[in-house]
Design a protein around this ligand. Structure first.
Ligand code: MD6
Ligand code: FE
Length: 214
């Protein structure tokens, strides 16, 4: 199957570092159902642009589902069982999402991944995410699974410190990155999204990151 889907030089699977792997097109078949589930979630917990602790407005719009959601405000970054905008618990994580995350983690060598949080990020053209570490989760032995949908983005993947030139990899509709073990705290980000239109999402990119937060 890989020869048909990746006729040029792109392999179905690319190790970005020990513990980090790009699984190209892993979620492609599930993408329509994933996007339908995202629409259901965000009807209850709408996308919103959060404030950083420093008082900047993030360019990416976010929502969450699962037992916990990731939030940022003037008091810091953290996970919360309640959506601060609605005062209600985050919508439950649809089984299809949790199952995809579990399968991708297993494919990357992390058996038994059971996410309790799915952060949903929406990027419009010009939106970016600066280099950062994901370190607000209690158990750093658990990986993160990241699913890209819609418009392509350039993923920046660095090392365990801020220094050095990050790898740059395009992530397209259906690509999945899994991240854990020795790479769990590596710096990463997304370059400013280019203009474009995708048949599945229109003018945006949707990224799902599954975590074990507590
Ligand atoms: C994004 N992703 O792809 C942002 N974090 O839109 C992340 O910040 C991320 O892709 C941890 C692991 C994988 C990721
Ligand atoms: Fe991240």
């Amino acid at each position: 199957m890989t020869a048909d889907l990746f006729p040029d030089t792109l392999a179905a699977r690319e190790a970005l570092a020990p513990g980090a792997v790009l699984l190209r097109a892993f979620a492609q078949g599930d993408a329509p159902a994933l996007l339908a589930a995202v629409a259901d979630v965000t009807a209850c917990a709408p996308f919103r642009q959060m404030q950083t602790p420093g008082g900047q407005t993030m360019s990416v719009a976010m929502s969450s589902c699962g037992e916990r959601g990731w939030i940022s405000d003037r008091r810091g970054y953290r996970y919360s069982p309640v959506d601060p905008q609605t005062g209600q618990p985050w919508p439950p994580m649809p089984a299809l999402l949790a199952d995809l995350a579990r399968r991708a983690a297993a494919e990357a060598g992390f058996a038994g991944f059971a996410p309790d949080a799915c952060l949903i990020n929406r990027y419009l053209p010009g939106c970016r995410m600066g280099l950062h570490q994901d370190r607000d989760e209690a158990d750093l032995s658990q990986p993160i699974v990241s699913v890209s949908l819609g418009l392509p983005a350039l993923f920046l993947f660095g090392g365990p410190t801020r220094g050095g030139r990050p790898l740059r990899r395009p992530l397209v509709h259906g690509d999945v990155v899994v991240w854990g073990g020795p790479a769990r705290l590596h710096f990463h980000g997304i370059a400013p999204l280019a203009e474009g239109s995708h048949p599945a999402t229109g003018n945006c990119r949707v990224n799902l990151t599954f975590r074990r937060a507590a």
